[in-house]
Design a protein around this ligand. Structure first.
Ligand code: CA
Length: 685
């Protein structure tokens, strides 16, 4: 990307001459600029050097074009733009290519992900983006494949399976490309897998190397020195039977200057540490930033943010590289604001901790000890050791999740959707590993009476953070947690979507809202900016879904609204209009009479929490993404058994649970759903 003085002068002129009603054609042309890699550039600052759209004229921003994707699932992908073509991955790991100027569809690719893969996914069939290099578009699929396409035609060039598909691995993250190798991680720590990142040759898809994030079979010799060191930090051998976790499902960054790759690793599997490493230990390399050599995958350094992780504190949140003046001299650093609520600055070459400060209220640690680099831990938060429930801040949704963040070298500020969350953690009584279930060993769905403790309500805001001084500069409060990723631009703008469907543009220096639009769905993914034919565009994918589907309010008292998954592209003077949002459809509850015993309903409710609630909602109330079982026709006759164990709706995304649940257990779950439906029908909900 180029950024010249001419463009700056031209843009300043544009601000000065920004006469009301001036046609966009009168604007000085923006130099052709793509959005070539996931984070904008390899340092992943998500800063656009374009400023044709700026704080003096953004009120004239309008919709240039949009495209409905039509899959009615979440869209979390960062578009990639090069040579006038915009590439977008969608739900079910499909890829679409559009003319970046007009929105004309150019090609599409469907990897035909088996729909019952959904049972392995914690958070919808989302995909966070493609990588582009050397005329190839690379996408990773939900069922664990890595596929290279011809960027011109969308034709498949090669495809490799990157996971053991018999295990509950999934991939939702965007691949990155470093030195001719495609890097990809995986997900699945909630169900129980061993995480790793792999590198494949871009030319032919041949596996170059693989780095595991947790140790392997304790009966065998460690695979390498890094695994030998990691093994010292685990106790017993449960982790090997239960997966261990550490899945690096999002952050991978290539540092060209240091020739290092940094990965952010996931939480433990199970969450509850006593159920994977009884007696404690740091459990390397969970919840860590790990530096690797891109040519070989060799370990270089690591920094563990949450030793002995037990609260789903992933460190998979986006990583960013920058040069900052820390302690009076310019340092080449990594910035990170993971789920655990602390903002870290590390020396990128060595992993040395330079500073850390909490950006939201936290209580699992009172701070980070700068001498040892370790958290000053609060023993009361360790529910797996105390045997008591603990209200922990942040909760498992974290102080910041996967949503992209940005840094403006102009303002020196980092912009991200921060959120205050709290959660009751309590060891799940009688925990055992269950196939196709959420195996956290934490009583996530409050099935034990002990967990009935009130927690403070969640709070979400756009946060502008000065990383050098480790302090908040401004914030914009939002209605919910789970707001969208950000883009910062040289036009002194920050673009951010809100969970409930507004897309906002703010002045980067002080957070004043300059523009907003109801985009009819959550704009969770980060926006990007590019210029073609002299015109600057801002593009964002919009679609309710993923982990935060509840906060986009698809369901209210009037019923359920359909998910509108869309790619939306804006420019100054854009005149395109969205069709009106469809009216909500009432949810008609017509259950059979509740005839089961209270005991059977209770047993069914417990199983529902373990197997069904992640997709179909707590208390059998759907968020609107997946069918609301209270209103399901399958409650009548023996259809329920045919669906749940018989796999009748396998191709619609509902896997068979024949391996996991007995006929009697399925009957109990049905009895519970019928009881819930009758309760809500009586209450008029
Ligand atoms: Ca997790």
């Amino acid at each position: 990307m180029q950024w010249g003085r001419g463009a700056l002068v031209a843009a300043l002129f544009a601000v000065g001459a920004g006469a009301i009603g001036a046609p966009p054609s009168s604007l000085p042309p923006a130099p052709d600029t793509g959005w070539l890699v996931h984070g904008g550039t390899n340092d992943e600052q998500r800063f656009s050097p374009l400023d044709q759209i700026n704080d003096g004229n953004v009120d004239r921003l309008g919709l240039a074009w949009y495209q409905d994707i039509g899959l009615a699932r979440g869209l979390e992908a960062t578009p990639i733009v090069a040579d006038g073509v915009l590439y977008l991955s969608t739900a079910w790991s499909m890829v679409r290519a559009f003319d970046a100027r007009t929105g004309k569809p150019l090609w599409s690719f469907d990897p035909e992900v088996p729909r019952d893969t959904l049972v392995k996914a914690c958070c919808d069939a989302v995909n966070r983006g493609v990588a582009l290099s050397d005329g190839k578009v690379v996408v990773a699929t939900l069922d664990g494949r890595l596929i290279a396409l011809d960027a011109k035609s969308g034709r498949q060039l090669w495809s490799v399976v990157t996971v053991d598909q018999a295990q509950p691995y999934t991939i939702t993250g965007a691949p990155r490309i470093a030195k001719g190798k495609v890097l990809i991680g995986n997900a699945g720590a909630e169900l129980g897998v061993r995480g790793y990142v792999s590198a494949y040759d871009l030319a032919d898809g041949k596996l170059a190397w693989r780095f595991y994030t947790v140790p392997g079979d304790p009966a065998k010799a460690p695979e390498n020195a890094a695994m030998a060191r990691a093994r010292q930090t685990w106790k017993g051998d449960l982790w090997w039977k239960r997966g261990g976790g550490g899945t690096p499902w999002d952050a991978i960054v290539y540092d060209e200057r240091l020739d290092l790759v940094f990965i952010g690793t996931g939480n433990g599997a199970p969450w509850n540490q006593a159920e994977r490493s009884p007696g404690g230990g740091d459990n390397l390399y969970l919840s860590s930033i790990v530096a690797l050599r891109p040519d070989t995958g060799e370990y270089v350094w690591h920094y563990q943010e949450t030793p002995g992780e037990t609260w789903d504190y992933t460190s998979t949140q986006p990583l960013m590289i920058a040069d900052l003046a820390v302690g009076g001299r310019t340092r080449h650093v990594i910035m990170h604001a993971p789920k655990n609520g602390f903002f870290y600055i590390l020396d990128a070459a060595t992993g040395e901790l330079l500073s850390a400060r909490n950006f939201v209220p936290v209580n699992w640690a009172s701070g980070i000890d700068m001498k040892s680099g370790r958290p000053i831990a609060n023993p009361k938060a360790r529910y797996e050791q105390t045997g008591k429930p603990a209200v922990v801040l942040p909760g498992s949704r974290g102080g910041h999740n996967w949503m992209p963040w940005s840094y403006s070298p102009r303002t020196g500020l980092v912009y991200f959707p921060a959120q205050e969350t709290a959660e009751v953690f309590f060891a799940e009584p009688g925990f055992r590993m269950r196939r196709n279930a959420y195996n956290t060993a934490d009583d996530l769905f409050g099935l034990s009476p002990q967990t009935n403790i009130p927690t403070p309500p969640g709070k979400g805001y756009l946060l502008a953070w000065n990383p050098v001084e480790q302090r908040e500069v401004w914030r914009v409060p939002h209605a919910d947690v789970g707001n969208g990723g950000t883009l910062a631009t040289a036009g002194n703008l920050v673009v951010e979507g809100e969970a409930r469907g507004m897309l906002g543009i703010y002045r980067a220096t002080d957070g004043k809202r300059l523009w907003a639009m109801d985009v009819q769905g959550s704009a969770m993914s980060g926006a990007v900016s590019y210029a073609v034919g002299g015109q600057q565009y801002i593009a964002i994918s919009v679609g309710c879904g993923g982990d935060y589907v509840g906060t986009c309010r698809l369901v209210d008292a009037q019923g359920r609204r359909p998910i509108l998954d869309r790619l939306m592209v804006f420019k100054l003077g854009g005149q395109a209009q969205l069709p009106p949002r469809p009216a909500p459809q009432p949810i008609a509850l017509d259950p059979p009479p509740a005839t089961a015993t209270a005991q059977q309903v209770k047993a069914g409710g417990h199983l529902f929490g373990l197997y069904c609630a992640i997709c179909h909602g707590g208390e059998a109330r759907s968020s609107g993404l997946n069918p609301d079982l209270r209103a399901s026709p399958a409650l009548h006759g023996d259809l329920f058994e045919q669906v749940v164990r018989g796999g009748l709706l396998k191709d619609a995304g509902m896997a068979s649970f024949a391996d996991a649940l007995t006929r009697d257990e399925v009957s109990s779950i049905r009895a519970y759903v019928i009881a819930r439906a009758n309760e809500d029908k009586r209450a008029g909900k």
